[in-house]
Write a protein that binds this ligand. Structure first.
Ligand code: FMN
Length: 322
């Protein structure tokens, strides 16, 4: 798949997930393989007004394109933010028009823009003019089931110069769970000529196959399916894009993967914050493994990183990644 002038190897990408897709998580997904990575959403006000370079903008050791997602509602500030992230190594800029968080909607950004298509169009146009790298727009099906307008917004985005659309095929009121609308994804795909990446509910390789076959979408974005399973996008790449199966599965114990992820978190954001950030990942990694409840109750209260590493080694050491 091509996004503007960026040629991707395959078309399976990691979703932006605030508080989750930080550089260490992106790097652990990368060790297995992925076509392209997204940052967590970056507030344009934080970058432009507070002059903050956010930690998530660190792209060291990222060997595939990283798309920086920005969020806000002011066309000029969004354009300025886009220029800043372009200077900080973004391969492309993505505009968030899908976030349903109350605080984000309250300030007029995220999915609130799907209720104001005129402003949405001005933001896309303004960002387009400010940068030379490709531009994508991530949206939902609409505000709610009664106001489904993703095809209209996708057309506006294409007209204003976007290079690809990401459709999270749920409405704002569906949140992050529940059924996705493949019909809507198919409709958006047939409405625009730029690539359309489908997103939502892909937790098994069959879901990805089904999404592509039912809708003709050009790429697949994986969110929750990669939590505790950073190898999952690669499995789709093997099935859908013919990536060869390598020894990554048979040779690697889950203990090696989890301790590498943990050590990277500590290095990246410091011992205490890294330890706390890692807890949710340990919960996901341990899901479904015998003794997980006991492991969690011990590791979630442990503040000594050496002890946590020992727990990780002991608990995951003999588990092979599937
Ligand atoms: C904890 C969490 C944080 C998220 N943060 C973002 C974000 O920063 N930007 C964004 O566009 N979507 C965000 N999303 C939505 C995901 O990118 C994705 O669209 C959604 O999870 C549906 O895909 P899935 O069913 O594969 O998880 C977030 C989702 C979750 C669960």
């Amino acid at each position: 798949m091509k996004i503007g002038n960026i040629e991707l190897d395959g078309a399976v990408v990691l979703a932006p997930m605030a508080g989750i897709t930080d550089p260490p998580f992106r790097r652990i997904v990368l060790t297995f393989g992925i076509s392209c990575l997204w940052t967590e959403m970056i507030s344009c006000n934080a970058v432009v007004h507070a002059r903050k370079i956010l930690a998530t903008m660190d792209t060291r050791e990222h060997t595939v394109p990283v798309i920086f997602q920005i969020i806000g509602k002011d066309p000029e500030i969004m354009a300025e933010c886009a220029m800043i992230v372009q200077d900080h190594g973004a391969a492309a800029v993505d505009i968030n028009m899908g976030c349903p968080a109350r605080q984000v909607i309250g300030s007029g950004g995220g999915v609130a823009l799907m209720r104001n298509l005129e402003l949405a169009g001005r933001i896309i146009g303004s960002v387009r003019k400010a940068i030379t790298i490709p531009l994508t727009v991530k949206m939902r099906t609409g505000w709610d089931e009664k106001s489904v307008n993703a095809p209209e917004l996708a057309l506006i985005a294409e007209h204003e110069g976007a290079d690809a659309i990401v459709l999270h095929a749920r409405s704002r009121c569906a949140g992050h769970c529940g059924p996705v609308s493949l019909d809507l994804l198919k409709l958006v795909k047939s409405t625009v000529s730029i690539p359309v990446i489908g997103n939502g509910g892909v937790i098994a390789v069959e879901d990805a196959l089904n999404m592509v076959m039912e809708t003709g979408c050009d790429g697949i974005m994986i969110g929750k399916g990669a939590l505790g399973r950073p190898w999952f996008p690669r499995k789709i790449l093997e099935t859908l894009f013919g990536w060869v199966v390598t020894s990554y599965q048979s040779n690697r114990s889950l203990g090696v993967v989890v301790s590498r992820h943990f050590e990277d978190e500590l290095r990246w954001c410091g011992v205490r914050p890294g330890l706390h950030r890692m807890r949710k990942h340990l919960g996901w990694y341990s899901k479904g493994i015998d003794g997980a409840a006991e492991f969690r109750s011990r590791v979630f209260t442990e503040e000594n990183p050496e002890m946590v590493l020992a727990f990780i080694d002991n608990f995951f050491g003999k588990v092979m990644i599937p």
